[in-house]
Design a protein around this ligand. Structure first.
Ligand code: N7H
Length: 775
């Protein structure tokens, strides 16, 4: 059975939730709306720039592939800048002009936690004393309110600055104030991938059903990541299937569907303080003869975390760290079942406090330990990045002991209460977790200490010795916000002042109630439209009897329509939706990105040939198919999938969206020229390529990528889905006309023959629902 990885293709779920941004440079802008109507204008403007899971997943996959090909170096030319947007409860209410919770959310639920916000939940979370909201830099509920959180992630500092500057201008124009900006960046050199205490982070993230490929031999775990359990997507994305122990998926309000709740916390780390405490505690343990003679500060610190600095787990590498061992650093294949007492990895270590796996003894010791599966509903998706310069005792400036540094902690979950808050309040901050033990294990000494932990060691007679260690706290909460990261559909609805309405199916395209009119205004109209992925002219039905027939692809379906010649270009549905999977030649294809007719193989001997581009499983590929002319139009697979890298001219392309044949350069001198529109690094660009006639169909990159803004006729279009030639307006008076489909709208443009191929907007964007055949 084919593995369902359809979440990788989601245009609805924002990037970063399932497909992490994974960028070195991050800026989080905490925003306040001065004027709700202007904030909606701002949202309408930035929504097309918001990353989707499909884009980020495809990029990450292309990046990893290029890295493997180059023997481990980062591909310098593959870059992307990602944007993610989320809103606090007050922010949602202002945009939607209505209360997102007309009835109070269920008591004790994550929805209630979101509505109350981080500052009001502070007491229960250990955010008291030095950690209390009074000293927070944002989200404290008393200073400037936070309505939205914009996360910007880029490969280089320069790209980040440019993106932040553009967003500053866009926000200022719409009276959206930046009340706080927190920059963060991955540490460099030998510290890469580590947080400020010096430990590798981001190793253990949950796998997600429908997004991560299961291992054929251990289907409950992610392929290539032994020990990483695959858990239901509904634990992170509201409204999707979730664990039976979780908040019922159908009790989430409609506007949350395909969105995720986000926790953002600025956690300041006192690095010298933390390490000197470890040294002091080691001396105490040595005096108590509770540790082996050779135990070092590193040895104890590794037990506090549960992993050594390199990431190697203490349970597999008990005596010392194994630096420069990539397999050990990524090792996640353990579950503590063989260490229920915590003699190897202490029960109070950060790892076991935040994710006890299968090493959690039930309070009644006669009962078996919990199964790791029982704790699936407590997992969170962590997307944090360190901020501040790394500690350097010799530095008087950046890097000095007083220089601010810490972790910009970000997590995604469907239920803030059952997931983030439970981990923090009921596990990390509870001395008696795991429960029923005497002495109590103690709190998490990495983050939430000011408590005694019970250090256990084995005596020579086999008995267990308990040594109490008192830890002070060296991580301080200095800002916190609970936000909601909506689906793309809900973002469009919010920009229209509604909570729902722009909503779509699970991975789907927008239902088309948002219409872009000429001039860039947005309004609503009509029934749902049929957003088009691609058009293919039926080979022998071009302008026959004054009508031209096309197949129109949409997701995993297609239909047949016809368009009449003449000024009205009346369109009709010829045949309703069929499943792509009904044809062998599309087997395994989730969605066709575009079909390119082979220029010299159109109808020789009653058969036409096509390259079919698709990015099933997030991997850009193409296959060759043929279609026979005549009444049945039988389609056949001629050559199976190959990677896009087989095309010289498509080097570095993330996903091919569509080709526009250069009208006066088709089969001229044995070559045909195309503008190739592609999405790479999260944004659409276009390049010019040529394909030669002949068996090899040699392709050449004729001109490298350019921005869409070079096309005056595409002004305001974020990405073109496909071009449809207006059948009776091809090369008439030196001009060819096309309908350009973008989002759930279309417009009409013309392209002139000759050098420069000047383009012109013929008529502005309207909803696709204006087509009878696309309703
Ligand atoms: Fe933690 N650290 O450096 O010690 N964290 N964390 N965390 N954390 C983890 O396995 C750290 C914080 C989790 O599945 C590692 O990926 C620091 C909060 C969870 O085995 C390291 C801070 C919360 C895991 C750190 C901090 C969590 C985890 C090992 C704050 C939740 C996965 C790397 C300054 C409320 C556990 C890895 C698993 C791992 C550190 C905060 C949760 C090194 C410095 C607030 C669920």
């Amino acid at each position: 059975m084919a593995t369902d990885l359809s979440l990788r293709e989601s245009d609805e779920i924002q990037g970063d939730i399932l497909a992490g941004f994974k960028k070195d440079n991050v800026s989080v802008l905490f925003l306040k709306f001065e004027d709700a109507a202007r904030a909606r204008d701002w949202l309408r403007q930035i929504t097309p720039q918001i990353s989707t899971t499909r884009e980020v997943a495809a990029f990450n996959e292309a990046f990893s592939r290029a890295r493997r090909t180059s023997g481990g170096d980062d591909p310098k030319t593959l870059t992307a800048t990602w944007l993610g947007i989320s809103f606090t409860y007050e922010g949602l209410r202002m945009l939607a002009t209505t209360d997102p919770f007309p009835a109070p959310p269920p008591v004790g639920s994550g929805l209630e936690a979101f509505k109350e916000g981080s500052a009001r939940r502070a007491g229960a979370l250990g955010d008291t004393g030095d950690n209390s909201p009074e000293s927070w830099l944002f989200g404290n509920g008393k200073g400037q309110p936070v309505h939205a959180v914009l996360k910007i992630s880029a490969d280089t500092e320069k790209d980040l600055q440019a993106a932040v500057e553009a967003q500053r201008i866009a926000a200022a124009e719409c009276r959206v104030l930046i009340v706080y900006q927190q920059n963060a960046q991955t540490l460099l050199g030998s510290r890469r991938g580590k947080e400020h205490f010096g430990f590798k982070d981001g190793i253990s993230e949950p796998g997600v059903r429908g997004f991560d490929r299961p291992d054929p031999n251990r289907p409950e775990e992610v392929e290539g990541h032994p020990g990483t359990r695959i858990i239901p997507a509904g634990e992170f994305v509201c409204g999707l299937d979730n664990d039976p122990n979780s908040f019922p998926k159908d009790k989430y309000p409609d506007w949350t569907r395909n969105g995720s709740f986000q926790v953002v916390r600025r956690l300041a780390q006192d690095v010298p303080g933390w390490w000197s405490q470890v040294g002091v505690k080691l001396k105490e343990l040595k005096l108590a003869k509770a540790v082996p003679d050779g135990a070092s500060t590193e040895w104890l610190a590794a037990r506090m975390v549960g992993r050594w600095r390199s990431g190697a787990p203490v349970c597999h590498f008990q005596d010392r760290d194994v630096p420069n061992n990539p397999a050990a650093s990524a090792d996640n294949d353990f579950d503590f079942r063989d260490d229920l007492e915590g003699l190897v990895t202490p029960l109070w270590s950060h790892l076991r406090k935040t994710s006890p796996r299968a090493g959690l003894q039930a309070p009644d010791p006669s009962r078996p330990p919990f199964d790791a599966k029982d704790l699936d509903s407590r997992r969170i998706m962590r997307r944090g990045t360190p901020y501040g310069a790394p500690f350097d005792p010799a530095s008087e400036g950046p890097g000095g002991p007083d220089d601010p540094r810490g972790l910009l902690f970000i997590s995604y979950q469907a239920d803030i209460q059952r997931q983030f808050e439970f981990i923090q309040a009921d596990w990390m901050d509870q001395s008696d977790f795991p429960p029923g033990r005497n002495p109590e294990p103690g709190k998490d000494p990495v983050i939430l200490a000011a408590d005694d932990v019970d250090f256990e060691s084995r005596e020579s007679d086999g008995s267990i010795k308990h040594t109490s260690l008192s830890f002070a706290q060296f991580v301080q909460t200095t800002g916190s916000v609970y936000a909601f990261m909506p689906s793309l559909g809900t973002l469009r609805a919010l920009a229209d002042g509604r909570l729902t309405g722009g909503q779509t199916g699970q991975n789907g395209q927008s239902s088309g109630q948002t219409q872009t009119q000429q001039g860039g205004q947005t309004g609503t109209q009509g029934g749902p439209a049929y957003p088009c992925d691609d058009f293919l002219a039926v080979p022998d039905q071009w302008r026959r009897g004054g009508r031209t027939q096309f197949w129109v692809g949409h997701g995993d379906r297609y239909r047949k329509i016809s368009v009449a010649d003449g000024s009205a270009h009346t369109d009709q549905l010829v045949k309703g939706d069929s499943a792509l999977s009904a044809h062998d030649c599309f087997r395994g294809v989730d969605r066709v990105d575009c079909l390119l007719p082979m220029p010299d193989l159109q109808n020789p001997g009653g058969k036409s040939w096509y390259w079919c581009f698709h990015s099933t499983g997030g991997r850009p590929q193409y296959r060759t198919i043929s279609i026979t002319c005549g009444s049945t139009h039988t389609a056949a697979l001629e050559r199976p999938d190959r990677d896009l890298t087989a095309w010289n001219s498509l080097n570095g392309v993330g996903r091919v969206d569509c080709f526009l044949p250069v009208p006066d350069q088709q089969r001229v001198g044995g070559k045909s020229w195309y503008w190739c529109f592609h999405t790479t690094g999260g944004r659409q660009q276009y390049r010019l390529i040529s394909v030669a006639d002949g068996a090899a169909h040699t392709d050449v990159l004729e001109r490298t990528d350019r921005e869409l803004s070079q096309w005056g006729s595409l002004n305001g279009v974020a990405a073109v889905n496909c071009f449809l030639p207006v059948p009776d307006c091809q090369r008439i008076g030196g001009k060819s006309e096309y309908w350009v489909f973008h989002g759930d709208s279309y417009r009409r443009i013309s392209v002139a023959d000759g050098s420069g191929h000047p383009d012109r907007l013929v008529s502005g964007s309207r909803s696709c629902s204006a087509w009878n055949s696309l309703d």
